[in-house]
Design a protein around this ligand. Structure first.
Ligand code: NAD
Ligand code: DAU
Length: 340
């Protein structure tokens, strides 16, 4: 079986490739990635020379290139992780989100049709459901919750989900979709909450918490997400959507305080800043379907996962220090200058 992993030099796709290349030596994995600011070949270093692994640089929006690649490689399965993934960037610059997350997915869907790929899996997000109120802990997102997006990012992801389902219904393309809650773990780009707070706390820099830090996210350790996708690709039912989440709801303030405690840093580093426009209040997934139908269970709780993550950042400073010392400095200055 030959599997194309698009966006595999990013956070989740990278963890997917690292896990599956070693777990399944009999399967061939090809990572395709455009190496945007979020893609990093160092993430894939430990599998680069494995006989069942290959990296190709390229853009999912480049139709001629993608058709050529599919013709040559004859993929059985395509798993699409490639995306612009940061909500704050989508508020600054929506165009690239529509271009990559919608048009890019359409190119992949067309290629899968043209070259008879036996499964296209779209990696989606809980953000397509919009948000839940803070005062109704009984409410969770199910696969039947209507799509109701808030940011240009989530709107582009919901569009891709709808296109994917349309290709199933109209062309019988064998597709599956997974919608996962917030991931954390190794190789997470330090623009996102958890790695941003770890890297800044280690440097004794202020920690910018949006609003009052009361927004709630449902955290899942990244390899638990990867295992769920592997199950869906191998055993999931074509045409179906599966929610993934581990019932680990935390306010942002709780997350930041946990990090400070683990690193033995003072809470005085916390700095409340201007809120994100359109900021979703709460995400919370109901993963009953994937648990009952495919037997998926997460391995990590937030407590075990966050300890493992912090340990990774402490032991792998080379990976993230040169990111935050490069172009990222300009990004941080620009994004946070209006959040005094
Ligand atoms: P990421 O930003 O870390 O990685 C995205 C990768 O896609 C990068 O390596 C980038 O170079 C690549 N890429 C971007 N545009 C491309 C293009 N046009 N062609 C080829 N490659 C391109 O993102 P992530 O956090 O790993 O997220 C992966 C997927 O999972 C995304 O689709 C995201 O929407 C979804 N998701 C993320 C989370 C989360 O918490 N991070 C949760 C649920 C779902
Ligand atoms: O829910 C899944 C989604 O999770 C994925 O689809 C996205 O790709 C991923 O980026 C993530 O989106 P969020 O917006 O939830 O993640 P982020 O890490 O940007 O922010 C998490 C929470 O922390 C959110 O409520 C905003 C807040 N925050 C974030 C940053 C970067 C802060 O308070 N301060 C910050 O500096």
């Amino acid at each position: 079986m030959k599997i194309l992993v698009t966006g595999g030099a990013g956070f989740i796709g990278g963890n997917y490739a690292l896990t599956m290349v070693k777990r399944y030596p009999e399967e061939e994995y090809v990572v395709l990635d455009a190496l945007t600011y979020a893609g990093n070949l160092e993430t894939l270093e430990s599998i680069m020379n494995e006989p069942n692994f290959k990296f190709i640089k390229g853009d999912i929006r480049d139709r001629a290139f993608i058709y050529d690649l599919f013709e040559k490689e004859k993929f059985d399965v395509v798993i699409n992780f490639a995306a612009e993934s940061h909500v704050d960037r989508s508020i600054e610059e929506p165009d690239i989100f529509v271009s990559t997350n919608v048009m890019g997915v359409q190119v992949l869907l067309d290629a899968c049709r043209k070259y008879n790929v036996s499964r296209f899996h779209q990696v989606s997000t809980d953000e397509v459901y919009g948000d839940l109120p803070l005062d109704r802990p009984d409410l969770l997102f199910t696969e039947e919750t209507p799509l109701h997006t808030s940011s240009p990012y989530s709107a582009s992801k919901a569009s891709a989900d709808l296109l994917t389902l349309a290709y199933y219904r109209t062309f019988q393309l064998p597709v599956t979709i997974s919608r996962c809650s917030n991931n954390y773990g190794p190789y997470h780009f330090p623009e996102k909450l958890i790695p941003l707070m770890i890297s800044r706390a280690l440097a004794n820099e202020s920690l910018p918490v949006y609003g009052e830090g009361a927004n709630v996210r449902d955290w899942l350790y990244v390899t638990d997400h990867c295992n769920a996708i592997d199950l869906i690709v191998k055993k999931g039912k074509v045409g179906e959507v599966y929610n993934i989440g581990g019932h680990n709801e935390k306010t942002n303030l709780e997350v930041v305080k946990t990090i400070l405690k683990e690193l033995d840093k003072p809470e005085s580093l916390i700095h409340f800043v201007k809120d994100r426009p359109g900021h979703d209040l709460r995400y919370a997934m109901d993963p009953t379907k994937i648990q009952n139908e495919l037997g998926w269970e997460p391995e990590y709780t937030f407590d075990t996962g966050i300890k493992k993550t912090i340990e990774w950042y402490l032991n792998n400073k080379d990976w993230w220090e040169h990111i935050i010392n490069g172009e990222y400095k300009d990004y941080y200055a620009k994004m946070y200058k209006e959040r005094p």
